[in-house]
Design a protein around this ligand. Sequence first.
Ligand code: ZN
Length: 416
Amino acid sequence: MARITALIENAGQVLTCAADAPDLVGVRTNTAVAISDDVIAAVGAVAEIAAAHDIGDAECIDAKGGLVMPGFVDCHTHLVFHRSRVEEYAQRVQGRSPAEIRAMGIPMGISATARMMREASEEQLAESAAERLAHMLSFGTTTVESKSGYGLNTATEIKMLEVNRTLNMRQPIEVVSTFLGAHEFPEDRSREAYIAEILDQMIPEVARRGLAEFNDVYCDDGYYTVAESRAILERGLEYGLKVKIHTDAYSHIGGSTLAAELQAVSADHMNYTAPEEYEALRKAGVVCVVMPALDFAVGHSRPFDARAMMDAGLSLALATDMCPGCWLESMPFVVQLACRLYRFGPAEAIRAGTLHAARALDRADRIGSLEAGKQADIAIFPYERYEDMAYRLGRGRAQMVIKAGRTVFADDRETA
Ligand code: ZN
Protein backbone atom coordinates (compact mmCIF):
# COMPACT_ATOMS: atom_id res chain seq x y z
CA MET A 1 0.00 0.00 0.00
CA ALA A 2 1.73 3.12 -1.23
CA ARG A 3 1.92 6.02 1.19
CA ILE A 4 0.37 9.10 -0.40
CA THR A 5 2.35 12.27 0.24
CA ALA A 6 0.05 14.71 -1.56
CA LEU A 7 -3.48 14.62 -2.92
CA ILE A 8 -4.72 17.09 -5.54
CA GLU A 9 -8.43 17.58 -4.95
CA ASN A 10 -11.25 19.78 -6.18
CA ALA A 11 -10.19 19.81 -9.85
CA GLY A 12 -12.75 21.01 -12.40
CA GLN A 13 -11.18 18.67 -14.93
CA VAL A 14 -8.22 16.31 -14.77
CA LEU A 15 -6.51 15.55 -18.08
CA THR A 16 -4.53 12.32 -18.06
CA CYS A 17 -3.26 12.65 -21.67
CA ALA A 18 -2.80 8.88 -21.50
CA ALA A 19 -1.70 7.19 -24.72
CA ASP A 20 -4.95 5.22 -25.00
CA ALA A 21 -7.35 8.09 -24.21
CA PRO A 22 -10.04 8.06 -26.95
CA ASP A 23 -10.57 11.84 -26.59
CA LEU A 24 -6.75 12.36 -26.71
CA VAL A 25 -6.62 14.19 -23.37
CA GLY A 26 -8.43 11.74 -21.07
CA VAL A 27 -10.81 14.24 -19.46
CA ARG A 28 -12.06 13.20 -16.06
CA THR A 29 -14.26 14.95 -13.52
CA ASN A 30 -14.71 14.23 -9.80
CA THR A 31 -11.17 12.96 -9.94
CA ALA A 32 -8.16 13.43 -7.70
CA VAL A 33 -4.46 12.86 -8.34
CA ALA A 34 -2.49 11.07 -5.64
CA ILE A 35 1.25 11.59 -5.40
CA SER A 36 3.68 9.35 -3.58
CA ASP A 37 7.00 11.19 -3.16
CA ASP A 38 8.08 11.97 -6.75
CA VAL A 39 5.63 9.77 -8.66
CA ILE A 40 1.91 9.60 -9.39
CA ALA A 41 0.35 6.84 -7.31
CA ALA A 42 -3.19 7.01 -8.65
CA VAL A 43 -5.68 9.07 -10.65
CA GLY A 44 -9.26 8.48 -9.55
CA ALA A 45 -12.07 9.19 -7.11
CA VAL A 46 -10.88 10.12 -3.62
CA ALA A 47 -12.80 7.21 -2.07
CA GLU A 48 -11.13 4.72 -4.40
CA ILE A 49 -7.71 6.18 -3.70
CA ALA A 50 -8.36 6.09 0.05
CA ALA A 51 -9.43 2.44 -0.15
CA ALA A 52 -6.28 1.35 -1.92
CA HIS A 53 -3.66 3.63 -0.36
CA ASP A 54 -2.56 5.11 2.92
CA ILE A 55 -3.60 8.77 2.64
CA GLY A 56 -3.34 9.44 6.37
CA ASP A 57 -0.91 12.36 6.44
CA ALA A 58 -1.03 13.41 2.78
CA GLU A 59 -0.74 17.10 2.04
CA CYS A 60 -3.99 18.34 0.49
CA ILE A 61 -3.54 20.48 -2.64
CA ASP A 62 -6.68 22.41 -3.57
CA ALA A 63 -7.05 22.79 -7.36
CA LYS A 64 -9.85 25.33 -6.73
CA GLY A 65 -11.96 24.01 -9.59
CA GLY A 66 -9.11 24.39 -12.08
CA LEU A 67 -7.60 22.24 -14.82
CA VAL A 68 -5.09 19.63 -13.61
CA MET A 69 -2.87 18.25 -16.37
CA PRO A 70 0.64 16.98 -17.12
CA GLY A 71 3.30 19.69 -17.10
CA PHE A 72 4.13 20.91 -20.60
CA VAL A 73 7.23 19.48 -22.29
CA ASP A 74 8.90 22.12 -24.45
CA CYS A 75 10.77 19.76 -26.76
CA HIS A 76 12.64 22.21 -29.05
CA THR A 77 14.42 25.31 -27.76
CA HIS A 78 17.61 27.29 -28.19
CA LEU A 79 17.39 28.43 -24.60
CA VAL A 80 21.02 29.34 -23.96
CA PHE A 81 22.14 32.57 -25.63
CA HIS A 82 23.59 35.95 -24.78
CA ARG A 83 21.83 39.31 -25.13
CA SER A 84 19.11 39.39 -27.81
CA ARG A 85 18.36 40.26 -31.44
CA VAL A 86 15.64 42.78 -30.69
CA GLU A 87 16.97 45.33 -33.18
CA GLU A 88 16.75 42.80 -36.00
CA TYR A 89 13.21 41.82 -34.95
CA ALA A 90 12.06 45.45 -34.77
CA GLN A 91 13.15 45.93 -38.38
CA ARG A 92 11.89 42.58 -39.69
CA VAL A 93 8.34 43.19 -38.49
CA GLN A 94 8.27 46.31 -40.68
CA GLY A 95 9.04 44.15 -43.70
CA ARG A 96 12.66 45.20 -44.18
CA SER A 97 14.74 42.64 -46.08
CA PRO A 98 17.84 40.97 -44.59
CA ALA A 99 19.99 43.03 -46.99
CA GLU A 100 18.41 46.30 -45.84
CA ILE A 101 18.81 45.38 -42.18
CA ARG A 102 22.44 44.35 -42.71
CA ALA A 103 23.07 47.67 -44.46
CA MET A 104 21.82 49.41 -41.32
CA GLY A 105 24.64 47.73 -39.40
CA ILE A 106 22.31 45.56 -37.32
CA PRO A 107 23.67 42.11 -36.36
CA MET A 108 21.53 39.35 -37.86
CA GLY A 109 20.84 35.66 -37.55
CA ILE A 110 22.61 32.72 -35.97
CA SER A 111 26.06 34.18 -36.79
CA ALA A 112 25.24 37.35 -34.84
CA THR A 113 24.20 35.33 -31.81
CA ALA A 114 27.35 33.21 -32.18
CA ARG A 115 29.49 36.37 -32.02
CA MET A 116 27.65 37.58 -28.90
CA MET A 117 28.02 34.14 -27.33
CA ARG A 118 31.81 34.18 -27.42
CA GLU A 119 32.01 37.18 -25.09
CA ALA A 120 29.63 35.66 -22.53
CA SER A 121 30.80 33.85 -19.41
CA GLU A 122 29.23 30.55 -18.45
CA GLU A 123 27.70 32.28 -15.44
CA GLN A 124 26.09 35.02 -17.56
CA LEU A 125 24.62 32.39 -19.87
CA ALA A 126 23.27 30.35 -16.96
CA GLU A 127 21.69 33.41 -15.35
CA SER A 128 19.87 34.58 -18.46
CA ALA A 129 18.70 31.06 -19.33
CA ALA A 130 17.49 30.50 -15.76
CA GLU A 131 15.44 33.69 -15.99
CA ARG A 132 13.74 32.37 -19.14
CA LEU A 133 13.17 28.99 -17.47
CA ALA A 134 11.47 30.73 -14.55
CA HIS A 135 8.97 32.23 -17.01
CA MET A 136 8.50 28.82 -18.68
CA LEU A 137 7.73 27.28 -15.30
CA SER A 138 5.08 29.93 -14.62
CA PHE A 139 3.36 28.81 -17.85
CA GLY A 140 3.24 25.20 -16.66
CA THR A 141 6.33 23.80 -18.40
CA THR A 142 8.21 21.17 -16.41
CA THR A 143 10.71 19.80 -18.98
CA VAL A 144 12.65 21.79 -21.59
CA GLU A 145 15.03 20.65 -24.30
CA SER A 146 18.00 22.98 -24.83
CA LYS A 147 20.32 22.92 -27.83
CA SER A 148 23.84 24.18 -28.32
CA GLY A 149 24.63 25.63 -31.75
CA TYR A 150 25.64 29.24 -31.15
CA GLY A 151 29.23 28.22 -30.44
CA LEU A 152 30.43 27.22 -33.89
CA ASN A 153 33.71 26.18 -32.28
CA THR A 154 34.46 23.35 -29.88
CA ALA A 155 35.12 25.46 -26.78
CA THR A 156 31.93 27.51 -27.05
CA GLU A 157 29.76 24.52 -27.92
CA ILE A 158 31.06 22.77 -24.80
CA LYS A 159 30.44 25.94 -22.79
CA MET A 160 26.78 25.99 -23.90
CA LEU A 161 26.28 22.35 -22.98
CA GLU A 162 27.93 22.88 -19.60
CA VAL A 163 25.33 25.59 -19.00
CA ASN A 164 22.58 22.99 -19.54
CA ARG A 165 24.19 20.88 -16.84
CA THR A 166 24.40 23.86 -14.47
CA LEU A 167 20.73 24.70 -15.11
CA ASN A 168 19.70 21.22 -14.04
CA MET A 169 21.34 21.74 -10.68
CA ARG A 170 20.01 25.24 -10.17
CA GLN A 171 16.29 25.29 -10.92
CA PRO A 172 13.36 22.82 -10.98
CA ILE A 173 12.72 22.31 -14.73
CA GLU A 174 14.51 19.29 -16.21
CA VAL A 175 16.77 20.50 -19.03
CA VAL A 176 17.38 17.90 -21.76
CA SER A 177 20.63 18.58 -23.55
CA THR A 178 21.08 18.44 -27.34
CA PHE A 179 24.31 19.00 -29.25
CA LEU A 180 23.72 21.11 -32.39
CA GLY A 181 27.21 21.90 -33.64
CA ALA A 182 25.76 21.76 -37.17
CA HIS A 183 23.49 24.78 -36.76
CA GLU A 184 25.36 27.16 -39.10
CA PHE A 185 28.86 27.55 -40.51
CA PRO A 186 31.46 29.75 -38.80
CA GLU A 187 32.81 32.79 -40.60
CA ASP A 188 36.49 32.04 -39.85
CA ARG A 189 36.92 28.51 -41.28
CA SER A 190 36.05 26.56 -44.40
CA ARG A 191 32.96 24.39 -44.51
CA GLU A 192 35.08 21.23 -44.77
CA ALA A 193 37.27 22.21 -41.82
CA TYR A 194 34.26 22.94 -39.63
CA ILE A 195 32.52 19.65 -40.47
CA ALA A 196 35.76 17.82 -39.68
CA GLU A 197 35.83 19.62 -36.31
CA ILE A 198 32.26 18.47 -35.58
CA LEU A 199 33.04 14.87 -36.53
CA ASP A 200 36.47 14.47 -34.98
CA GLN A 201 36.53 16.87 -32.04
CA MET A 202 33.11 18.04 -30.95
CA ILE A 203 31.13 14.79 -31.01
CA PRO A 204 33.83 12.72 -29.25
CA GLU A 205 34.34 15.44 -26.62
CA VAL A 206 30.60 15.96 -25.99
CA ALA A 207 30.19 12.20 -25.58
CA ARG A 208 33.27 11.84 -23.36
CA ARG A 209 31.96 14.50 -20.99
CA GLY A 210 28.41 13.14 -21.11
CA LEU A 211 27.09 16.57 -22.04
CA ALA A 212 24.28 15.70 -24.45
CA GLU A 213 21.64 13.06 -25.06
CA PHE A 214 20.76 14.08 -28.62
CA ASN A 215 22.67 15.09 -31.74
CA ASP A 216 20.89 17.51 -34.08
CA VAL A 217 21.69 19.10 -37.47
CA TYR A 218 20.15 21.91 -39.50
CA CYS A 219 19.49 20.09 -42.77
CA ASP A 220 18.11 22.66 -45.20
CA ASP A 221 19.02 24.71 -48.25
CA GLY A 222 21.85 27.06 -47.29
CA TYR A 223 22.72 24.97 -44.24
CA TYR A 224 23.82 21.31 -44.12
CA THR A 225 23.23 18.99 -47.07
CA VAL A 226 21.66 15.57 -46.64
CA ALA A 227 25.07 13.90 -47.09
CA GLU A 228 26.71 16.18 -44.50
CA SER A 229 23.79 15.70 -42.11
CA ARG A 230 23.96 11.94 -42.49
CA ALA A 231 27.69 11.86 -41.73
CA ILE A 232 27.22 14.01 -38.59
CA LEU A 233 24.20 12.09 -37.32
CA GLU A 234 25.83 8.71 -37.95
CA ARG A 235 28.98 9.81 -36.13
CA GLY A 236 26.78 10.82 -33.19
CA LEU A 237 25.10 7.40 -33.20
CA GLU A 238 28.56 5.79 -32.91
CA TYR A 239 28.99 7.80 -29.73
CA GLY A 240 25.54 7.00 -28.35
CA LEU A 241 23.88 10.31 -29.23
CA LYS A 242 20.26 9.95 -30.36
CA VAL A 243 19.12 11.58 -33.60
CA LYS A 244 17.17 14.79 -34.05
CA ILE A 245 17.00 16.90 -37.18
CA HIS A 246 15.91 20.42 -38.15
CA THR A 247 14.56 20.06 -41.66
CA ASP A 248 12.14 21.22 -44.34
CA ALA A 249 11.89 24.67 -42.75
CA TYR A 250 12.81 26.64 -45.86
CA SER A 251 13.26 24.06 -48.62
CA HIS A 252 12.81 20.42 -49.47
CA ILE A 253 16.16 18.70 -49.83
CA GLY A 254 15.39 15.27 -48.36
CA GLY A 255 15.92 15.76 -44.64
CA SER A 256 12.66 14.04 -43.67
CA THR A 257 13.55 10.99 -45.71
CA LEU A 258 16.91 10.93 -43.95
CA ALA A 259 15.12 11.22 -40.58
CA ALA A 260 13.00 8.20 -41.43
CA GLU A 261 16.03 6.20 -42.63
CA LEU A 262 17.94 6.93 -39.43
CA GLN A 263 14.81 6.42 -37.29
CA ALA A 264 15.32 9.83 -35.75
CA VAL A 265 13.58 10.44 -32.45
CA SER A 266 12.18 13.64 -33.96
CA ALA A 267 12.19 15.71 -37.16
CA ASP A 268 11.51 19.37 -36.53
CA HIS A 269 9.92 22.25 -38.55
CA MET A 270 8.38 20.33 -41.50
CA ASN A 271 7.04 23.30 -43.52
CA TYR A 272 8.08 21.74 -46.84
CA THR A 273 7.72 18.04 -45.98
CA ALA A 274 6.11 16.21 -48.91
CA PRO A 275 3.00 14.07 -48.32
CA GLU A 276 4.88 11.18 -49.96
CA GLU A 277 7.27 11.22 -46.98
CA TYR A 278 4.58 10.92 -44.30
CA GLU A 279 4.28 7.16 -44.43
CA ALA A 280 8.02 6.56 -44.03
CA LEU A 281 8.12 8.96 -41.06
CA ARG A 282 5.14 7.23 -39.47
CA LYS A 283 6.56 3.77 -39.97
CA ALA A 284 9.92 4.82 -38.54
CA GLY A 285 8.21 6.24 -35.44
CA VAL A 286 9.63 9.72 -36.00
CA VAL A 287 7.83 12.40 -33.98
CA CYS A 288 7.26 15.55 -36.04
CA VAL A 289 7.90 18.68 -33.97
CA VAL A 290 6.11 21.74 -35.32
CA MET A 291 6.55 25.27 -34.02
CA PRO A 292 3.72 27.71 -34.75
CA ALA A 293 5.38 30.53 -32.84
CA LEU A 294 8.57 30.36 -34.91
CA ASP A 295 6.55 30.68 -38.11
CA PHE A 296 4.63 33.54 -36.48
CA ALA A 297 7.81 35.32 -35.33
CA VAL A 298 9.52 35.11 -38.72
CA GLY A 299 6.33 35.68 -40.73
CA HIS A 300 6.89 32.36 -42.51
CA SER A 301 5.41 32.33 -46.00
CA ARG A 302 4.72 28.60 -46.01
CA PRO A 303 2.90 27.23 -42.96
CA PHE A 304 3.44 23.56 -42.12
CA ASP A 305 0.39 21.42 -42.87
CA ALA A 306 -0.39 20.05 -39.42
CA ARG A 307 -3.86 18.83 -40.39
CA ALA A 308 -2.56 16.70 -43.27
CA MET A 309 0.23 15.28 -41.10
CA MET A 310 -2.14 14.39 -38.26
CA ASP A 311 -4.67 12.91 -40.67
CA ALA A 312 -1.87 10.75 -42.10
CA GLY A 313 -1.34 9.29 -38.63
CA LEU A 314 1.85 11.15 -37.75
CA SER A 315 2.60 11.94 -34.13
CA LEU A 316 2.92 15.74 -33.90
CA ALA A 317 4.58 17.52 -30.99
CA LEU A 318 4.50 21.25 -30.25
CA ALA A 319 7.33 23.40 -28.92
CA THR A 320 8.09 27.10 -28.48
CA ASP A 321 11.40 27.16 -30.41
CA MET A 322 12.51 29.74 -27.83
CA CYS A 323 15.52 31.45 -29.43
CA PRO A 324 16.76 34.99 -30.20
CA GLY A 325 14.54 35.02 -33.32
CA CYS A 326 11.42 33.78 -31.49
CA TRP A 327 11.42 34.89 -27.88
CA LEU A 328 8.61 32.82 -26.43
CA GLU A 329 8.39 31.11 -23.06
CA SER A 330 4.68 30.17 -23.09
CA MET A 331 3.42 26.77 -24.23
CA PRO A 332 -0.21 27.90 -23.75
CA PHE A 333 0.45 30.57 -26.40
CA VAL A 334 1.77 27.82 -28.70
CA VAL A 335 -1.48 25.91 -28.11
CA GLN A 336 -3.45 29.06 -29.00
CA LEU A 337 -1.53 29.56 -32.27
CA ALA A 338 -1.69 25.86 -33.15
CA CYS A 339 -5.48 25.85 -32.80
CA ARG A 340 -6.26 29.13 -34.55
CA LEU A 341 -3.66 29.01 -37.35
CA TYR A 342 -2.93 25.31 -37.90
CA ARG A 343 -6.29 23.60 -37.36
CA PHE A 344 -5.31 21.64 -34.27
CA GLY A 345 -8.24 20.82 -32.03
CA PRO A 346 -7.61 21.96 -28.42
CA ALA A 347 -7.26 18.32 -27.31
CA GLU A 348 -4.79 17.59 -30.13
CA ALA A 349 -2.72 20.64 -29.22
CA ILE A 350 -2.57 19.83 -25.51
CA ARG A 351 -1.60 16.23 -26.25
CA ALA A 352 1.05 17.49 -28.70
CA GLY A 353 2.55 19.68 -25.97
CA THR A 354 2.59 16.93 -23.34
CA LEU A 355 2.61 13.23 -24.32
CA HIS A 356 3.85 13.68 -27.88
CA ALA A 357 6.47 16.20 -26.78
CA ALA A 358 7.67 13.67 -24.20
CA ARG A 359 7.96 11.17 -27.08
CA ALA A 360 10.03 13.72 -29.00
CA LEU A 361 12.47 13.62 -26.07
CA ASP A 362 12.32 9.82 -25.71
CA ARG A 363 10.76 10.21 -22.26
CA ALA A 364 7.17 9.08 -22.73
CA ASP A 365 7.76 6.18 -20.34
CA ARG A 366 8.41 8.68 -17.54
CA ILE A 367 6.61 11.99 -18.27
CA GLY A 368 3.94 13.52 -20.53
CA SER A 369 0.82 12.02 -18.96
CA LEU A 370 -0.82 11.62 -15.56
CA GLU A 371 -0.72 7.88 -14.96
CA ALA A 372 0.27 5.74 -11.99
CA GLY A 373 4.04 5.20 -11.97
CA LYS A 374 4.94 8.29 -13.98
CA GLN A 375 6.85 11.19 -12.49
CA ALA A 376 4.54 13.68 -10.76
CA ASP A 377 5.06 16.61 -13.17
CA ILE A 378 1.76 18.46 -12.95
CA ALA A 379 0.43 21.88 -13.95
CA ILE A 380 -2.78 23.38 -12.60
CA PHE A 381 -4.44 26.15 -14.64
CA PRO A 382 -7.37 28.36 -13.61
CA TYR A 383 -9.66 27.03 -16.34
CA GLU A 384 -12.99 25.26 -15.93
CA ARG A 385 -12.44 23.24 -19.07
CA TYR A 386 -9.41 22.48 -21.20
CA GLU A 387 -10.68 24.27 -24.32
CA ASP A 388 -10.13 27.53 -22.42
CA MET A 389 -6.38 26.97 -22.88
CA ALA A 390 -6.87 27.58 -26.62
CA TYR A 391 -9.65 30.15 -26.28
CA ARG A 392 -8.35 32.68 -23.76
CA LEU A 393 -5.76 34.36 -25.95
CA GLY A 394 -2.62 35.70 -24.34
CA ARG A 395 -3.34 33.98 -21.04
CA GLY A 396 -1.68 30.84 -19.81
CA ARG A 397 -0.14 31.51 -16.45
CA ALA A 398 -0.38 28.43 -14.25
CA GLN A 399 -1.97 28.52 -10.83
CA MET A 400 0.43 25.90 -9.50
CA VAL A 401 3.20 23.70 -10.89
CA ILE A 402 4.51 20.49 -9.34
CA LYS A 403 7.79 18.92 -10.45
CA ALA A 404 8.63 15.38 -9.33
CA GLY A 405 6.08 15.69 -6.53
CA ARG A 406 7.31 19.02 -5.19
CA THR A 407 5.40 22.31 -5.52
CA VAL A 408 7.79 24.56 -7.43
CA PHE A 409 5.50 27.37 -8.54
CA ALA A 410 2.38 28.93 -7.06
CA ASP A 411 0.74 32.02 -8.51
CA ASP A 412 0.13 34.42 -5.67
CA ARG A 413 -2.28 36.48 -7.77
CA GLU A 414 -4.79 33.63 -7.99
CA THR A 415 -5.93 34.71 -11.48
CA ALA A 416 -4.61 33.83 -14.92
ZN1 ZN B 1 15.64 25.08 -33.76
